[in-house]
Design a protein around this ligand. Structure first.
Ligand SMILES: [Zn+2]
Length: 301
């Protein structure tokens, strides 16, 4: 199929809509803030308005793929959501967008969509299986095997952010449970811990700059979070046994400061030959979800 598809990335803060070609190149894009407090119909209207601008220039588009915040059910409906979008759970997103856009629309969780893109076109290209993490204000994950996202029975497979942390300090996770990985190794987790130790509320990039300048507390906060992250990656991969582990998202831009201690901790937990499973940075950056959403649409054609 030579025509591009319409691809949509619905996040907690912004909505991105693009025209994406079969090889994964983004030909055009529009974005707008997510009207998160106004609920599902406002979000659907925003997607429709951005899509209309793009579809006016590309009359041959026949399909749409979506990566969205929230857990996505079998029929493209949002079954639960922790991303602060009002009344997002319960939205029959695939059905509503198919109606509004007048295009057959498939929906996947945003991190699973990014994982699909990294698996086929990014850091895990050529590998049979991958565990892909997205580290940001929260932590998402996806398992991709033979070019297909492993959804699991209820759609949550790969949600490594909600794996138990080996450090048990009673921190509450965004999902409501206690001591999940996300409460320790997400950007929010590191910011909270730095504030707890110093009384100063700084952004992660400010903490990282302090660490780079030799600040011992800032460095300890990042290294300890990285060690928790690595321990969970190593132990979770004993269940999955992926060919490669890909770490992406804004927090992963810390680079080796984060990845080096994470790798060392992962090796301590990993079994047998999986001690050598590579842990690598993501390759597609912030466009990964949009590209994965497009792949989902192309798969349907
Ligand atoms: Zn959790």
């Amino acid at each position: 199929m030579s025509e591009p598809v319409l691809a949509v990335d619905i996040g907690g803060t912004k909505i991105l809509v693009g025209l994406v070609a079969a090889g994964g190149s983004v030909m055009a894009q529009r974005q707008a803030p997510t009207p998160a407090r106004e609920g599902a119909e406002a979000i659907i209207a925003t997607v429709a308005a951005l899509a209309a601008q793009l579809l006016a220039t590309a009359p041959g588009v026949r399909r749409c793929g979506v990566g969205t915040a929230g857990v996505v059910g079998e029929n493209g409906e949002i079954t639960s959501a922790t991303d602060h979008i009002a009344a997002w759970a319960g939205t029959e997103l695939s059905r509503r967008l198919t109606d509004v856009l007048r295009l057959p629309t498939r929906v996947l969780n945003d991190v699973q969509a990014a994982g699909l893109a990294e698996s086929r076109l990014g850091a895990a290209r050529g590998k049979r299986s991958a565990l892909v993490l997205a580290l940001g204000t929260g932590i998402g994950g996806a398992i991709v095997r033979d070019g297909v996202v492993v959804r699991g029975a209820t759609g949550i497979a790969g949600s490594i952010g909600h794996h138990l942390s080996p450090l048990r300090q009673g921190r509450v996770c965004a999902c409501g449970a206690v001591d999940h990985l996300e409460a320790y190794a997400s950007g929010t987790g590191m910011q909270n811990e730095y504030e707890r130790r110093t009384g100063r509320a700084l952004l992660l990039r400010e903490i990282a700059a302090l660490a780079a300048a030799g600040d011992a507390v800032a460095n300890a906060v990042i290294v300890e979070a990285a060690e928790v992250l690595g321990a969970v990656i190593g132990s979770a991969n004993n269940l999955i046994d992926a060919d490669v582990i890909v770490v992406g998202g804004g927090v992963a831009e810390l680079g080796e400061v984060l990845l080096a201690p994470a790798r060392a901790a992962a090796v301590r937990e990993a079994l047998g030959a999986s001690k050598h499973t590579p842990i690598v940075p993501a390759a597609l950056g912030p466009m990964a979800c949009l590209i994965g959403a497009a792949l989902l649409a192309f798969d349907a054609s």
